[in-house]
Design a protein around this ligand. Structure first.
Ligand SMILES: *[C@@H]1O[C@H](CO)[C@@H](O)[C@H](O)[C@H]1NC(C)=O
Ligand SMILES: *[C@@H]1O[C@H](CO)[C@@H](O)[C@H](O)[C@H]1NC(C)=O
Ligand SMILES: *[C@@H]1O[C@H](CO)[C@@H](O)[C@H](O)[C@H]1NC(C)=O
Ligand SMILES: *[C@@H]1O[C@H](CO)[C@@H](O)[C@H](O)[C@H]1NC(C)=O
Ligand SMILES: *[C@@H]1O[C@H](CO)[C@@H](O)[C@H](O)[C@H]1NC(C)=O
Length: 792
């Protein structure tokens, strides 16, 4: 008896301890104590009754609110409803590559939370082509976000990731994106979103109105937005003229994957107009496509201050402010993000008078609120009963998280040139290094934009110093490198060192949000610095480039005195360590370029504002991206070397070379434009057939070199020859695999015929063409034909 008492006693002490921890944790709405303090009886509020389904609770809440209260909750700075016990909520937090303090107040760092793990910028993380890493980063970022929320330093609704396809190499926001291939971008979105949102053990819940969320992610910016400012056109007024074909095939595809496969809980519309209609007032885009056709379960938010821009700079349809706000709401825009300069939200300022003028249906307001509160319920914001209540300071910037940031950078780094196996440097022989260049001691520059305060920065100087004695000479005052005043000490250092490492490239002063590049070159004197240093260096010369967009470094590629070139993106807080690990061979690089690197002349061939992806012969425009551009490149999409050698062989399964699809009699053949011979039945509409046909094959990756390493295998499909306007090739799958020296690994690839071979015609229909397709495996020239027979 006594023993049991004692047990009960100690158990209740533990429970008390847990309860008090929970009470310390982040705010949640339905806290009985908080209601009691306010003199309210919580049992009178059905929206706090956790026995009821979310749908009923949300309806109860919305029905209690006045129109004015409702409207004050449609801005990112939601005012709450004090009389109902609902506190204000800041919807805007950012987590592009780690919890970020960008924006107006969702996240902040101070002595309580001094920093959060800053992963490489997305463009470098994409270069890993490692889907499990993309997801793991999402999981880690959301764990830190939850911990910061509990410490009242962050929200639980994050407006990340950015999944715009990089259409033009000048685009200033390339660093934030997963590159130029819509399928790769879409897979990044799906993995990152699932990493952020999924709560372990609940993924099986089918009903997306009740499935728990760890944090809410948001795919942005929809759509056809990738001009910051070019020749006088800013992103705030840019009218993106797109064909329906490009829309379906390229600009919308990652968003569709994000919503349908990632089951994201928010989508953001962009500033630009699409064919004359602002994205955030476009009912076809928002309501018909995202909400209805893709079945979004979540909310649609405007880029910050996109609604105001419709009036201020676009003067769309000459609308009044009220008409503007009403147009956005009735197009399906749920939440308005304020003007970050004035803290004013157009919805909060103008929707009430719009309602009084009869321009708005209360039903539409209620529906938007329902989406918003349902997301908050799924987040546990009302009940505070999530598995994350106990996360705190010890879960941020852990050694494991920081190590993952280093590992992501190592996995992403791309080896572009390695003459005479100059790399890796052997630390046994290379005792001292000349480290030269404006990025030699790069710190916050490694984070790119949308960063927070990092936990532990490791600059290239720090990283290389772990391997050798380093003499550091900047060579240029900054990235712009306007003069050669600092060249002399750099040349001196190179003359006596065992090896020279040059750290050059771009930073936010050259490519950033609101800042496109005007050329694809290294800024002013950087190339001269490299050439002069290479000429006098005693040891091998290694050039490391930090940038997001491709840089035309043909000069260094052709210069025999430059032995090796590495691209390091913006490698995050541990970037310097990752670079050193690659340079000295502790890690064998396996990253691949997620964008085409064009020659500089590309910018003279096509205006940035031309959105078309296919070449336009009459205007002399080359195509865009590896799917349509066939001109010369500095490096093609998917390029990347290793310190070891791999050999691929394809093992085809029985009947792998031909797919026969019997068409039911009610299905009709669809036409395709052909240059030359056209098959009798050129194509069939994918939606017309139940397309369950798969094809599969194995790729055996043999490591025939002397070092362990990781290999990325990218699989492309190429439509039958002669189809007018078809892509050159498109990515349909990829895998990254580690293979020890002398070993081999077998990768199984399996594809649905229609998904992998489908092409979008000029009328924007998804078609399966008959005839001989080609499957291209990796960049070693391996391919095999795949014949599609359509017959009745
Ligand atoms: C992919 O990333 C994971 C980390 O999430 C890592 O454990 C794994 O080794 C990586 N795969 C390859 C082949 O590099
Ligand atoms: C830039 O804008 C000016 C003025 O509108 C126009 O004349 C010029 O052709 C544009 N340049 C390019 C390369 O399109
Ligand atoms: C969106 O589409 C649905 C279904 O067609 C319709 O009921 C609704 O009124 C539309 N508008 C908004 C703002 O949701
Ligand atoms: C390198 O950068 C760090 C962090 O910004 C700074 O503290 C240090 O003084 C720099 N070192 C040199 C040699 O410039
Ligand atoms: C760097 O130089 C010092 C003094 O010359 C020497 O003791 C040390 O071993 C060197 N470190 C490396 C990594 O070579």
């Amino acid at each position: 008896m006594a023993k049991t008492d004692c047990f009960v006693f100690s158990l209740s002490v533990v429970i008390l301890a847990i309860v008090s921890l929970v009470a310390e944790a982040g705010y949640y709405v339905c806290d009985p104590e908080a209601y009691a303090k306010q003199g309210l009886d919580i049992t009178e509020f059905a929206f706090c009754d956790d026995n009821l389904p979310y749908t009923e609770r949300v309806k109860d809440l919305v029905d209690r609110m006045t129109v004015s209260e409702k409207i004050q909750n449609l801005g990112n700075r939601a005012k709450g409803v004090p009389r109902l016990g609902l506190k204000p909520y800041q919807w805007w937090s950012e987590a592009l590559h780690g919890i970020s303090s960008q924006g107006t107040g969702g996240v902040w760092f101070d002595s309580v939370v001094p920093g959060a793990t800053s992963f490489p910028q997305v463009i470098l993380t994409t270069a890993t082509f490692n889907e499990s890493l993309w997801k793991a980063i999402g999981e880690t970022v959301s764990t830190e976000g939850r911990a910061m929320y509990n410490l009242k330093h962050a929200g639980i609704t994050y407006w990340s990731p950015v999944i715009n396809v990089v259409r033009d190499p000048r685009w200033g926001r390339t660093l934030e994106t997963p590159g130029e291939d819509p399928f790769v971008v879409g897979r990044y979105a799906v993995n990152f979103v699932r990493g952020m949102q999924d709560v372990e053990g609940t993924q099986h819940i089918k009903d997306l109105d009740s499935r728990p969320l760890k944090v809410s992610a948001c795919c942005k910016h929809m759509a056809a937005y990738d001009v910051e400012g070019w020749n006088g056109t800013t992103r705030f007024v840019f009218n993106s003229k797109v064909t329906q074909q490009d829309m379906v095939e390229t600009f919308l595809r990652p968003f569709e994957m994000c919503v349908k496969e990632g089951e994201v809980s928010a989508v953001m519309c962009s500033y630009n107009k699409i064919n004359g209609v602002p994205s955030c007032a476009n009912p076809v885009l928002l309501n018909e496509t995202v909400r209805n056709a893709w079945n979004l379960h979540g909310y649609i938010v405007a880029d910050c201050d996109a609604v105001e821009e419709m009036k201020k700079h676009q003067n769309y349809m000459d609308y009044t402010p009220e008409e503007t706000a009403a147009a956005a709401l009735s197009a399906g825009l749920d939440l308005d993000c304020e003007d970050w300069r004035t803290y004013h939200s157009y919805y909060q300022d103008h929707l009430e008078s719009a309602t009084k003028q009869g321009l708005v249906r209360e039903e539409d307001i209620d529906r938007s609120l329902t989406y918003l509160y349902t997301v908050q319920m799924r987040l546990g914001y009302f009940d505070g009963d999530t598995p994350f209540e106990r996360l705190g300071k010890d879960d941020i910037c852990t050694d494991q998280h920081v190590e993952m940031a280093a590992d992501a950078a190592r996995q992403g780094i791309v080896l572009l040139k390695n003459n005479d196996e100059a790399l890796p440097l052997n630390p046994y022989f290379v005792k001292n290094i000349a480290l030269i260049g404006p990025h030699g001691n790069a710190s916050s520059a490694m984070l790119g934009n949308y960063a927070g305060t990092p936990c532990r920065l490791k600059t290239p100087l720090d990283g290389l110093s772990a391997y050798a004695n380093v003499t550091f000479a900047k060579g240029c005052w900054n990235i712009l490198c306007h003069d050669q005043g600092l060249f002399k000490p750099a040349l001196e250092a190179a003359k006596s060192a065992d090896a020279t490492v040059l750290l050059v490239g771009l930073d936010n002063s050259v490519e950033n949000e609101d800042l496109d590049r005007t050329n694809l070159l290294l800024p002013s004197n950087q190339a001269e610095l490299i050439n002069q240093v290479a000429k006098v260096s005693r040891g091998p010369v290694i050039v490391v480039i930090m940038s997001a967009g491709g840089v035309d470094i043909s000069f260094a590629l052709n210069n025999k005195a430059v032995h090796a070139i590495i691209w390091a993106g913006y490698p995050g807080e541990q970037g310097g360590r990752a670079i050193a690990d690659v340079v000295f061979g502790a890690y064998n690089p396996g990253g691949r370029l997620p964008v085409t690197w064009y020659p500089n002349d590309y910018v003279n061939q096509i205006p940035m504002t031309s959105m078309r992806l296919r070449p336009i012969d009459q205007l002399g425009y080359p195509g865009r991206t590896h799917r349509f551009y066939t001109g010369p490149t500095v490096f093609p999409f998917g390029y990347g070397l290793s310190y070891t050698k791999f050999r691929h062989s394809i093992k085809l399964h029985k009947k792998a070379l031909s797919v026969k699809i019997n068409l039911p009699t009610h299905v009709h053949c669809r036409d395709l434009q052909y240059a030359g011979h056209k098959p009798t039945c050129p194509a069939v509409m994918v939606d017309d057939i139940h397309c369950h046909k798969n094809f599969k094959f194995d790729v055996v990756v043999a490591n025939i070199g002397g070092r362990d390493g990781s290999q990325v295998v990218i699989v492309y499909s190429k439509p039958p020859a002669g189809i007018v306007g078809a892509n050159v090739k498109q990515v349909i799958g990829f895998k990254r695999v580690f293979v020890p020296a002398g070993g081999r690994r077998t990768l199984r690839f399996q594809f649905n015929v229609c998904k992998a071979l489908g092409i979008v015609d000029y009328k924007s229909s998804m078609l399966l063409a008959s005839g001989q397709h080609t499957i291209i495996v990796g960049d070693q020239g391996n391919s095999f034909p795949l014949r599609v027979n359509l017959s009745f």
